[in-house]
Design a binder for this molecule. Structure first.
Ligand code: SF4
Length: 708
């Protein structure tokens, strides 16, 4: 039984309409109090979830008055123990560390790491804090591990990256949906209502996934590809579509460029060869291609399965090639989209907390963008740093020659969420100073020199941008508990202590949003016409929205693409094997993902009793035939070993996985952290690590060698 912290200043509140703190579906919900007994109900008037919530949403208030909640700043004492300190003492230590580091190593000696869970206002402010208050180039965020490959692919193909360029309400009208590497039945269950409506309208679903996942079980076709073979599969499907004359040649001619080279490459992906590499029988390939190619409307949606690979951008582009060849993009109930994962995975990548970006989805090395932002921020252009290192590259260099020496982490648990996690953990320990802003003592916060307790989702104001590009309001139901500050308050206080207070004179969140609007004006992600009032009045506003009398843009690409020629771009994709292929020493593929009960690094959901009961620990999913081969039985403790380390887990036998593949969810830390084993091989364009495939060995725990 969990105890709750009773906070006396809480009063019973009328219900507050806000949104779930977790995934990018951003379900509308009402919160009613008091905080220690807060409950949520689904908001039936919000058109995205129409009142539906998943178990994570229903249980989300349990974190608000949780006994583990941090209610005071912590700092390490002379014996190296984290102890409560005042805000003044904590912030003084942070500022001293920043000053000392920057005096010894220059401005880039300090780094910042943000999160795709931050509101747009916080993501914007964190980017400004890094560039203006710290003057460092090194800021990146955990969306680098989530959306960066799909984002890079969309930018290359369409000249813009908005996860879904159409509203969810289009899904039920689509005849065929090809869903690649996304298990929405577990990660965002209310989205399945749209898929069910599509099926009830006579539509068909094709799922590409190495697992016969909860989502694949709803599909007309399930293509269980070999992990790491997406580009082969996509090129193979395109080969069949070309061979069988199923393309939209008029669309290709009028609205795209670069098809000739793609056609030449696809010609080399013969179905027999595709079958050999992907493991999908030719007859299935042909049936899936024909379903797609003969549909009057179709959508191709990708998720992290295809994107979190060393060739994640190319995989995504290969699927986009199919969407363009069939003339789907910009057509009714059709198109390509990616299913964004994190709560503000979309907005978080638009407003400047990414190493190479400025607000409005501007490029930091674009002279016009730099001039614009320097004007908005009231600084001179040369003061604005250039591009910094991507997330894993920044972590790999922590405490090293030329690397970051003092790091501020806001709302991320990198010890659990990075690949090759033990290496990153070791690097974090080499820092001169680590500051973590969180509301629980996460695995990362446990390593910090100073921990700053922050307000939670129901205690702050701001906006989020959901997976459709719909900007919505997060509203405050409770004031933060005594001793806790909002991220905005602490960033503004820190900036003032660093002598940059004149750039951070914000009393209210809406003032930050107003500056964000000006910063994004004329940018790709243009929010300048969005106001809090307009969001209220219309259940959200889709960007781009360039003027206050503009109603927003639910559907993109209806007439043209925002590329120099107005056309979408094909990209010829050659398959590359994953960084690690299986061999005699590591004979199986390891793939990872999320499960229904937990969210991301589990900092919140592992603390919620109901969710912990549903999934108390990670299990390794193994096919019974594979278990027999290694003499293993259901529930037995096994050791999984990759080139980076080993973990011991219980196995769960299931026929829903390929015989050559093991699946483990990634929500746990410590000895149960599967990211101790995952590969840090990076996509050369997006710098996305290859979470989704590496080579692994499985052994009975009793007979396995010692843990490396
Ligand atoms: Fe909705 Fe996602 Fe929250 Fe579940 S986790 S309630 S799907 S926003």
């Amino acid at each position: 039984m969990q105890k709750t912290v009773v906070l006396e200043q809480d009063v019973v509140q009328a219900r507050t309409a806000t949104h779930c703190p977790y995934c990018a579906f951003q379900c509308g919900m009402y919160v009613s109090g008091p905080r220690e007994q807060a409950v949520v109900t689904g908001n039936e008037t919000f058109p995205v979830n129409k009142g539906g919530l998943c178990i994570k949403g229903w249980t989300s208030p349990a974190t608000l008055a949780h006994p583990d909640r941090l209610l005071t700043p912590l700092a390490r004492n002379t014996r190296g123990v984290l102890v409560p300190v005042t805000w003044d003492e904590a912030l003084t230590r942070v500022v001293e560390a920043i000053r000392e580091t920057q005096m010894c190593y220059g401005k880039d000696g300090v780094g910042v790491f943000g999160s795709g869970s931050l509101t747009n206002e916080k993501a914007y402010l964190l980017g400004k804090f890094a560039r203006v208050a710290l003057g460092t180039a090194h800021i990146d965020y955990n969306g680098r591990f989530c959306m960066s490959s799909a984002a890079a692919a969309s930018n290359k193909a369409f000249g813009i990256d908005r996860g879904l360029p159409f509203p969810l309400e289009d899904i039920p009208q689509s005849e065929v949906i090809l869903l690649v590497g996304s298990n929405i039945a577990e990660t965002m269950p209310p989205m399945m209502h749209y898929i069910e409506a599509q099926r009830n309208n006579g539509g068909r679903l094709i799922v590409i996934d190495p697992r016969f996942s909860a989502t694949a079980q709803h599909a007309a076709f399930h293509l269980a590809l070999t992990p790491g073979s997406d580009a082969v599969l996509a090129n193979g499907l395109l080969h069949i579509l070309i061979r069988d004359g199923l393309l939209d040649t008029g669309y290709i001619l009028e609205r795209t460029e670069g098809f000739a080279r793609v056609k030449a490459v696809a010609a080399t992906y013969w179905p027999e060869c595709v079958e050999r590499i992907t493991g999908i029988p030719e007859t299935y390939l042909v049936q899936a291609a024909h379903l797609l190619g003969t549909a009057k409307s179709a959508m191709i949606l990708t998720g992290r399965g295809a994107e979190q690979q060393r060739q994640g951008v190319n995989n995504t582009l290969a699927y986009i090639n199919i969407a363009l060849a069939l003339g789907l993009v910009g057509r009714p109930a059709s198109g390509y989209g990616c299913v964004t994962g994190q709560g503000n995975g979309q907005g978080g990548r638009e407003h400047g907390q990414k190493a190479d970006q400025l607000p409005g989805y501007r490029k930091i090395d674009d002279p016009i963008a730099r001039r614009h932002m320097a004007t908005v921020w009231g600084i001179s252009e040369h003061e604005l740093p250039g591009p910094g290192k991507s997330a894993y590259e920044m972590f790999d260099g922590l405490g090293q020659e030329g690397g970051v020496r003092t790091l501020l982490v806001m709302g991320a648990n990198v010890v659990v969420s990075t690949p090759y996690a033990l290496h990153v953990q070791a690097r974090l320990k080499e820092l001169d100073f680590l500051v973590v802003v969180d509301y629980f003592l996460s695995e990362t916060a446990q390593l910090a020199d100073v921990v700053l307790p922050s307000a939670q989702w129901a205690e702050e104001e701001g906006t989020m941008t959901n997976l459709e590009g719909r900007v919505i309001r997060r509203k405050r139901a409770f004031a933060p508990p005594p001793g806790v500050r909002t991220d905005i308050e602490m960033l503004c206080d820190l900036a003032t202590r660093l002598g940059k207070g004149q750039f951070f004179a914000f009393n209210e969140t809406c003032q930050i949003f107003d500056e964000l609007r000006r910063a994004s004006a004329y940018g790709i992600a243009d929010y300048s016409g969005i106001t809090y009032e307009k969001i209220e009045a219309h259940n959200g506003v889709f960007w781009p929205c360039p003027t206050e009398d503009h109603s927003g843009t639910p559907r993109l690409f209806l007439q043209s693409f925002p590329t120099p020629t107005g056309r979408a771009r094909f990209h010829a994709i050659h398959h590359q094997a994953p960084a690690e292929d299986v061999d005699t020493e590591y004979p199986l593929y390891l793939t990872t993902g999320r499960i229904l009960a937990h969210y991301q690094s589990g900092t919140q959901t592992r603390r919620i009793a109901q969710l912990r009961e549903m999934a108390p620990e990670p299990c390794a999913e193994v096919h019974p035939a594979t278990a027999r081969r290694y003499g293993l039985v259901d529930g037995e403790a096994v050791q999984l070993t990759t080139r980076r380390g080993a973990v011991v887990l219980n196995i769960k036998l299931t026929t829903s996985i390929r015989e050559d593949t093991i699946f483990v969810p990634f929500h746990w830390g410590g000895q149960q952290s599967i990211n101790r084993l995952t590969s840090p091989a990076l996509d050369p364009m997006s710098r996305m690590p290859e979470f989704k495939v590496c080579a692994v060995r499985i052994e009975c725990r009793e007979t396995a060698k010692e843990l490396p």
